[in-house]
Ligand binder design. Sequence first.
Ligand code: G6P
Length: 752
Amino acid sequence: MRWHSIHMSLRFIVPLVVVLALFAYAVVPFMESMPERWFVRDLDARSQLVANAMQDPLLEYIPQNSGKRVEQLFERALHDERLYALAFCSPGGRVMYKTETYPDSLGCRMVRNPGEKLTPVVRLPQGAVHVWESPLFDAEQYLGKMVLVHDMSFIERRSEDTRKYLILLFIGLGIVVSMIAVLIAWLSLRDWIKAVRGLVQGDFTPQEQAMVPREVQPLISDLRELMQDYRGVYHGVGEVSLSWTPEKLRDLLHDELAGDEILVVSNREPYIHMHTEHGIEVQRPASGLVTAVEPVMRACSGTWIAHGAGSADRETTDGNDRVQVPPRKPAYTLRRVWLSEEEEQGYYYGFANEGLWPLCHIAHVRPVFRSTDWEHYVEVNQRFADTVVAEARTDDPVVLVQDYHFALLPRMVKEKLPKATIIMFWHIPWPNPESFGICPWREEILEGLLGNTILGFHTPFHCKNFLETVDRYLETRIEYEASTVSYGGELTQVESYPISIAWPDMEGLPPVPEERLAIRTELGLPPEHLLAVGVDRLDYTKGIVERLQAVERMLELYPEMIGRFSLVQIAAPSRSSLEEYQHFEARVRRLAARINDKYSSGANGGFAPVLLRIAHHDSEQVTRYYRAADVCVVTSLHDGMNLVAKEFIAARDDERGVLILSQFTGAARELVEALIVNPYHIEQGAQALYRALTMPEIEQRERMRSMRTLVRDYNVYRWAGRMLLDAAQLRRQQRVIAKIRSHSAKPFRRAR
Ligand code: G6P
């Protein structure tokens, strides 16, 4: 800070000093020489006068060789206080007569060159003198020359004074000029600041805007754009301070959308009823989508339409395929849709998970597209769309569509309920146009998605990819600045809404030290054992293989960690009937076994470095691991957001623990205090792991504290709220447009 102000002052003072120095350098000598020139001119005139006055007597005395009279004449002339000495030189250049004061060194040498205007000043040891030579002629005969010497020491004294006054004048002038400059700068800065503040706060009237200084005017649009971008990325500083809560979201839905009804559509259901050996049990699926949307539904009530995939799902629904959830404290309705095995195979496993999933993730698994899968995809989308229409109690419900399973549904619903507000969130990445172009039904998918009022992605980068894809494959009008696509007379807003979690209530949970000990005891590890945790679905996009390789490399590089460290990898089985997933699971198991073989000999305490837990874990269990771990490792090869990263942060109310986060997750754009890694770079992963395990507590706290603030403020209510607000605004706009259209369509009545 201090250096900054010194720097700022120097930026002002140095140029001023340079300008003044240059000025003084150029002007002072010039100003100094001025009085000297004036005086020389004056002395020239005086010398000429004296010489003229002495000419007649000398014409008389010289031919007579009357030295005495010449000297008397000279003595009289010397009474002039400035005339210092006089001499007369013979034509041969010898001093014939002179006063006593006449300097010998001067002799009779010629002082002024022919053609010179002014007499030069001669500097003698006793001081500067003015020397005037005046030839004496008698008729045509040259008799010699008079030399008049004037004292110039007084001029030097005056020049000295002049220099002093001049320097003082410049210093004074410099101070006055800089004060005026500072004053002017301050006044205009005040105007600038006022103008910029007004623009930023957006509270300028048109009159005030006209008063904005001219220099600021060109900045207005730039600033506005910048502010919009800023709001776009982080959705407004002001909103954060409002702190998004379930209540606020509920109010917003009622006030802004006049909706007492919200419908959610997703493939995965939030509660799955399963037959187990203990009877019917309710499971919560491992799904980022469910983690995010469920709290929103609890806040807003309404109906969630999803595939009933649980073995006991049918038995637990009523005659209308509905069940109230959460089972312990019902807050909304879950409406289950049934699919045949064939349909599930084609729509879910086939088109969605063998086609769109690898297509959008670009994680080195080739997408597979089959016509039969596509047909099922269309069919199932239609079935869900019909269910939405059937469940809607009004003709303008708010429909929240989730994910890549339902790319066609928005248009299908729009056709039946044109007044509905359809908001879709695409939970996975959107690839570049070339990659998307592989899909044989790319146009149909894009058309389906453009049935949405709002289409949301996690990051601006995915929005950009989407707009470019639409531009490449469909005839539409795209407004890049407003991020809208106009297709078939309907407008779709494409925006980024970084998804998040509901900030959990940690009250009542055992304190972290207790949990650390409990988990280590359960795992058969000593109390001080270093523990990293990975929590994922067993999916090839999650970078689990790369994570294990990083563990292996870390142990190679830092053998002191062998027997002191383990990674607990919680992996929820997922899409297991697909071959790609079966191969992946086998690969993970093999790799874990190989690393454990290598590093868990008895000599190292026998502690396995990789503890693979391929099983479903509920959120309470996962939270215990988050709290017990020293490090959480997220190494996805490509991930829309990744909520595990945010859940880990939210679980650490002790402000300890380190997050290692892949640069290819949406979360890495927000959680910059994590240790960001390229998961493909095994060495880098290994180093990050070691750094995380040895990070000083104070650094852990600083990083964790900052990330916790962000996750708490940018929570899932805000994510949903932002979409609902944007939808409300768009709905208002469209109503106005519709009104204008209907007015302009009315026949024009002529006056009678
Ligand atoms: C991702 C997808 C979700 C999906 C989840 C779990 O997060 O974006 O739509 O629900 O994975 O996958 P699953 O296929 O088990 O529903």
